[in-house]
Write a protein of this length. Sequence first.
Lengths: 326, 534, 292
Amino acid sequence: MHLAGQFVRRILQGVVVVLITTFLIFSILRIVPGDPVRLIVGGMAPDNLVEEIAQKMGLRDPIPVQFGRYLSQVVQGDLGNSYQRPKNGMMGQGGDFNANMDVEMAEVSDLILERLPYTLQLAGLALLISLIISFPLGISAGLKPKGFISKIAFFISSVFVSIPNFWLGIVLALFITIKLGLLPSIGYQNFAYTILPAIVLAVETCPFIIRTISVSFAEISQEYFIKSGKVRGLTRNGVIYRHTLRNASIPLLNLLGIQLSTLLGGVIVVEYIFDYPGLGQLTIYAVLQRDFPLIQGIAMVTSALYVGLNIAVDLITYSIDPRLES
Amino acid sequence: MRGGCMSKKIKFSRRKFMKFMAKSGLGAAALTSAPMLNHNFLYNSAFAASGKPLIFAAAEALTGNWDPTTHTNLGQLIFESYVFGYLTRCPMKPENPTQLNFELATEATEIDKFTLEFKLRDGVTFHNGKPFGAEDVKATYEYGSQPDRPAQWYPGQVDVEVVDRLTVRIKTEKYGYPAGLFYYLSSFLPILSADDVANPNNAASRPNGTGAFKFVEQDGDNTIMEANENFFMGKPKIPRVQYNFVGDTATRTLGLLSGEYNVTERLEPEQVDTIVANGGFALNQAVSTENKYLWFRCSKPPFNDINMRKAVAHAIDREGLLDILGISGTYTGCHVSPVKFGYTDVEGFPEYNPDKCQEYLAKAGFPKGKGLPELEYITSVGFYPKTKEYGEYITALLNEQGIPVKLSVLELGAWGNKLYDREGGGPGHMIDCGWCTGSPEPDLVIRTHFHSSSKRITGIVDADIDAALDKERNAPSVGEREQILKTEVMPLLVDKMPSVPLFGSVFIHAMANDVKDLYIYPNGMMSAETASIG
Amino acid sequence: MTLDDSSISKKIFYDSWQNNFFKFSVIFFIFICLLAFIYPEISEIKAEKMNIKSKFLPPIFFEGFSWTHILGTDQLGRDMLMRCLVGLRFSLIIGFASVFIMLLFGCLVGIISGFKSSWVDVIIMRITDAQLSIPMVILAISILGVSRPNLASIILVLALSGWPLYARVSRSMALIERDKEYVRGARILGANDFRIIFFLVVPIILPPIAFVSVLDIARMMIFEAILGFLGLGVQPPTPTFGNIIADARKYLINAWWIATMPGVFLVITLVTLNYIGSTLEKSKNKIFGEGI
């Protein structure tokens, strides 16, 4: 019963958060300079036509009015249509004069849903790789804070956290794909194209995960019930797996919730470098083309993902250890 | 090879055409000196293709509007060269630069100075199944030559008379310029279906041509085409062509090396070195029809003052630019590319000279640049080679002379939207751009940009230039026209300097060795109807 | 545990100072900073000086090198060492300035929020939630991608994207401090919220957070490089790590040093900074307890 109430409260809070996010991005896009209409009609169009179309599109109304209109659409499940990408999926590029263009524009929700699986695949694989690297290092470092592995873990974390992702991506593409021909990585044809970008992302997230694991293992292993476990004659490994892992999973889950936005941020850069057809690449081009509905849609979806994941994390945490009510 | 293949299959009125050429003086002499580099990528393949698709990594995204009269986007011109048919094609090969191959037309005859007759090919159909005929040519030419069409490739408006189902006459008398201009233009104007012209929304929403490849779908940044079974020369060997927009030069090179793409364009010297070192690729280098320019916004201060334009021209070290460009650039001595009709090395072209620069600055009322506002110089990245590198170089040179310049390096789309002149002058003060057309016709550049009826980027309105351009266009013979271009128009343009021609572009395409018989025109357009892979 | 502020800072720093690597890192970092800020000014070689004829010179000891350019030259014949140093200078300025602003702003908002557990608190916390739910990169490129970036706007955008975490942390600390004896005491003595916050609470909460923020400086420096790489950073001709690497990307195979050298500079600086930050954080945790 209590869980259900908690759940409803968190969902409501989440909706509020997503609304605020959407409003923030919505306003920022309209406050900063850069007129999307100019990009829609093209560089050859005269200024008065730009103004005329902008008014027709409602882009000169006060921001709250525009936002209200947008929300009423969103409530009906309509994220709007892209300003720049016609239904046939083409990446339109301004430059000339498209005022007479009467092509049906792609729906933002379609564009996002099309790209989302690629990004989830990339993010998922990246997470998997970083967990595989982080678990052994993090656990050993946590259990023996003064040991050799702990130093290695600290060193690896310091270096990994200091390597810019775009730089690593370029270097890996150069050596692994071009020089050695081991893995393809530019564009996307099949699953193999995900591996190299995922490694770059994993390097970025590893330090945080290693740290979280080592800290929680260090703390928990010092706690009394482990000492008492030893007294009761349980083996060291048995203790670790019974108690520590379960307890360490709570900060780890929380970290994953928080790291999601870092991960998504990294995805943008990495997808851009590897020409990977995911949400990140879509975002970059949407921003450069001032494709307002698309940017808003992406921001809303990522924010909803983040909020949703954090609610899930809280609920799981709660079911693992009901004492930890957040 | 297009020429050989065509001459066997069709009635090729080469003799008649050469007669016209000889009469007009527009012979090889005008263009034989054009420096063209190796063409060893042309082979004849005897076998049918293995069925692999051709994937072309392109430097420019398409506009999203399929109507060819709405854009000047080079990427889309390349796409159109696959999907659309043209009355003629002009391969502009070094050994025979003015050779015209007939495609949708089979014959061209000059009836009189203002009338040019084309006989059309029978049995050609559009991709939507409708047969091609005189009505389509009439509709296309009359529509495309409307002054409100953004592409503005036409020298002026034109009327087309339909003589019979397969004969048209291009008439220009009413508009006062010779019809002979359409000889070369005919290889650059894609033919639309009359139905699409009647309903431009159809033309905009999907391409419908007579070309060797049919548009299938747009998949993200990839434009997918498949072989046209009903192509009049027979179904192409390559079953599928993909035009993939890859906006980053390094990515294009890496993708080519790793086998993602078969062909790529707009390579830079260093990438060429890499590709050569890697082996397995054929390179195609050719001086293109494109010059790169630094365009001034001539309709607003400070560049409405000719002295300011000259000051900048004298501040630019064009030799240094060529050093930066390496094999991607070549010297140009006037406002059209060295492979264009009417090209000449204008005597007294302003070269790097700080003293002269200062002299002109003083004349303009800004001695040592004092009193000048900060000038914005806009350039793009990703498409043209080395724009940022030489943009920084030019900025440094101008700053050295006391001209306060701020360089704005924009992504291609943003740059494209700032490119053209508007009321009150376009954005910024100087902008970098090239101009590349699939024909030796010089008016596609100089009239488009410097005549007050078009003035695309510069916004220049100058009675002297207008008069010279009109005189050149209305010249009674091609020989006289060439003379006027070389001795009057080009020197005048250099003197007025509405833009500084920086260098001529050398186009470098690279393709995998197994790609055979893909012809690349000097403006980057392609012919793949007889090409094969493997 | 009511420690007075100066003793906390001193203790944390003193504890870290026991570590020899930490000592070395601090000295090395100061050396790097001095190099970046002073050397380009006194050297005869200027970062922006182009010499087309001597482009693509490799670093010393590679075939064809020149002693004048020990790290080689770039595609326009500019000296790589100078460009790296000037790039580092901007990177440091942006890193420190943005963290300074986000720290001050975030903590202030957080402390006020924690003290006024009312609707102000609710709103501020929901805003931080909202902002944390948008990836920083999306936020930054949305703002910078549509306007022309300059030094100030980049610093502000970075600060904007980082403040919510500081607000959160300082709020939770303020919640603890709020109910402590000394605050109640001050209130009984008639001090208003403003006085209590600025003269009593801020000096206690700020220092430990400030130590941890060293790690964020490194993060912001990477972030600045990413923005530069995407073309949304400080504009040329000013060299920054991001734009040097982005420009040199296409020369990676032929002239590897142009993209490599800034990368190496950045990684060395960041490893140093991260080591300093992590050590300070460890000491802080030892003295002040976990929770940040």
